[in-house]
Design a protein around this ligand. Structure first.
Ligand code: PSU
Ligand code: MN
Length: 304
């Protein structure tokens, strides 16, 4: 049934047929997470890095209601520039598809579409989580529920402190989602390598992650896994600088009454302005690093 909604790029379909390594990539980061033209340049380079490390990239988005798995450069350009691209999480999919609209997929909806296509590994920058103040606002990203249920591994750079990292970890524990540190005992905090929070397990290499994924899914333990890969040291931001920028951005969001799906894009863009673009440079580099590790994990998984 669902197949009639999917457009799988021939290169991705070939890789699926031959059981080759594939890495899914999201599009909210392109349309709502970074400014033009850096967003499109980054999206193209991420695909190139995935290839360099042995996997086929499959960037996911919804174009005129079609669930696209694998995009052309023109599609990427359109997602980066277009002004009619909705941020599409799980709850948005039915209407975007039925009304034949355009949607940039979040971590949650990218996982859904990747799973429909049969892709098991997905690399991105950061996942959504439990927002600070969620005790009152109830702002908890749908990404966490998706991780609880959908069988896709997500390689990210940890949780940034626009979120309540402690509550995000509690939520993931309750939902049975393993949080794995890639070559680290400490959960990275996106722009920085340290967060002050530990991970559940440390993986020393890609094969270890692949084996744990295979065990999880062989045992019918449905759901995803968070593989937290720290930003390379040379691109890390100063902890106090980024912390202050995030605090200021949060104050402004509150004053302006920003909420719901606008919250994450607003905070990312404010933090970028406050840091005079430095946070964007870090953001781009950590995504590249995740594309590399994600690609290598997919290669190992395809061999098991
Ligand atoms: N974190 C980033 N960049 C992003 C996002 C998160 O550093 O672009 C996007 C991802 O697509 C993620 C979404 O799934 O924001 C979470 O949004 P929300 O909190 O509204 O669920
Ligand atoms: Mn939210």
């Amino acid at each position: 049934m669902y197949k009639q909604y999917l457009d799988i790029h021939p290169e991705v379909q070939k890789a699926l047929d031959e059981n080759k390594a594939i890495v899914a990539l999201e599009s909210t980061i392109i349309s709502h997470g970074m400014p033009y033209p850096q967003n499109v340049e980054t999206a193209k380079k991420v695909e190139a890095i995935v290839r360099e490390h042995g996997s086929v990239p499959a960037t996911i988005a919804i174009l005129k209601g079609r669930l696209k798995v694998g995009l052309t450069d023109q599609d990427l350009e359109y997602l980066g520039k277009g002004d009619d691209i909705l941020k599409a999480s799980r709850r948005d999919l039915p209407f975007i598809v039925a009304k034949e609209l355009n949607g940039a997929t979040t971590v949650a909806s990218t996982m859904i579409i990747a799973a429909l296509a049969g892709i098991k590994v997905f690399a991105t920058g950061g996942i959504g989580g439990v927002h600070r103040g969620a005790q009152e606002t109830f702002d908890i990203s749908a990404d966490l529920q998706e991780l609880a249920h959908t069988n896709v591994a997500v390689i990210c750079a940890g949780a940034k402190s626009i979120l309540d990292i402690g509550l995000t970890l509690e939520y993931l524990e309750t939902q049975g989602v393993p949080v794995v540190g890639f070559q680290t005992d400490e959960l990275p905090a996106f722009y920085t390598r340290k967060s002050g929070f530990g991970v559940d397990y440390k993986a020393d290499n890609e094969l270890e992650v692949a084996k744990a994924l295979k065990s999880k899914w062989d045992l019918n333990l449905n759901g995803g896994m968070v593989i937290a890969n720290p930003i390379p040291k040379e691109y890390e931001m100063d902890f106090d600088t980024i912390h202050k920028a995030i605090e200021d951005a949060l104050v402004e969001a509150k004053e302006k009454g920003i909420q719901g799906k606008e919250s994450t894009p607003f905070l990312l863009s404010k933090v970028k302005d406050i840091t005079k673009g430095k946070s964007l440079d870090s953001n781009i580099q950590l995504v590249y690093n995740n594309a590399k590790v994600g690609s290598r994990i997919a290669v190992e998984l395809a061999k098991l």
